[in-house]
Design a binder for this molecule. Structure first.
Ligand code: MEV
Length: 295
């Protein structure tokens, strides 16, 4: 059986959400597809290569299988992955692969898991691999849509356009979250204040996104990016892209764990289209309503 799950972007609130602060996150129209067939042993095939159960090369898929087998004993499976989501880029490829594999395993082996159970397993897999994380990425991949987290409140963000520019540098979520955790250990009060400020930006931004108040959204995006930079999760490449966009009058910020990965710009379609002339690798993504599904 074949299943798919979407990637995601953080509009506001990455890292702060790890400390219980508010974040606004939407699924996007890039998906990961997992094709699972019964077999006597395990074979995983993805753009990374072909392996058996391999916790080094295919950690998310291997842990997803291990966790699934705690619920339903299986002898083996042939798992083939095709993804539209760039890997380690802040767009939720790891969670999309985890959730799509779980959804396809569920369908192939008739485990009758609910979406909430799929989310719970994917959440465990996130912790198995990264050791730390808020569970936001697996939640969005499972349910699709745009949500205020941790409230689990759906948000209607209206007709917003997102332009994504990939730095082509890898963004490793576990490493970045641990880096922030160690800064917080060194300066607990300072880092907690920054996290609260980021959560505050999310809350203030929601009505402006609903009413498409571009001027206010722009200012809030700029502030969020500065705060992310202050906790060490920007990079020279991200800063360069953000500065260039700023000089074109377009606010932008990193999305996801940072340290590399993607920059997003939110705003007016006409203005954003101009940007694609300056950044040839820029691409548009749309909010996606559908979460994990059997294809
Ligand atoms: C990663 O996409 C988002 C972070 O906030 C980590 C997490 O929420 O687990 C950096």
């Amino acid at each position: 059986m074949k299943a798919s799950a979407p990637g995601k972007i953080f509009l506001f609130g990455e890292h702060a959400v790890v400390y219980g602060k508010k974040a606004l996150v939407t699924a996007i129209d890039l998906r990961c597809f997992a094709d699972v067939k019964k077999r006597d042993d395990f074979r995983i095939s993805s753009p990374i290569g072909i392996t058996g159960l391999d916790f080094e090369k295919h950690p998310y898929i291997s842990y997803a299988i291990k966790r699934f087998m705690e619920i339903k004993e299986i002898k083996g499976a042939d798992i083939e992955i095709k993804s539209q989501i760039p890997v380690a880029s802040g767009l939720g490829s790891s969670s999309a692969v985890t959730v799509s594999v779980l959804k396809a395993l569920d369908a192939e082996f008739e485990a009758s898991l609910t979406n909430e159970e799929i989310y719970e397993i994917a959440r465990k897999v996130e912790l198995d691999v990264q050791g730390i994380g808020s569970g936001t990425d697996p939640f969005i991949s499972t349910y699709g849509g745009c949500w205020l987290i941790p409230d689990r409140k759906p948000v209607n963000i209206g007709k917003v356009y997102f332009l994504v520019i990939n730095t082509e540098e890898k963004s490793i979520t576990g490493d970045m979250v641990k880096k922030v955790a160690s800064l917080r250990k060194e300066f607990p009060d300072v880092v907690d204040s920054i996290m609260s400020a980021i959560g505050g930006i999310t809350s203030v931004a929601i009505p402006h996104l609903e009413n498409l108040n571009n001027d206010k959204i722009s200012k809030l995006i700029r502030m969020n990016q500065c705060l992310l930079k202050s906790i060490g999760v920007s990079s020279e490449k991200i800063d360069e892209i953000v500065m260039k966009l700023n000089s074109l009058g377009i606010p932008s910020k990193l999305t996801g764990a940072g340290g590399g990965g993607c920059v997003i710009a939110i705003g007016d379609l006409e203005k954003l289209t101009e940007v694609t002339k300056v950044f040839p690798n820029a691409f548009f993504v749309k909010p996606e309503k559908e979460g994990a599904k059997v294809e």
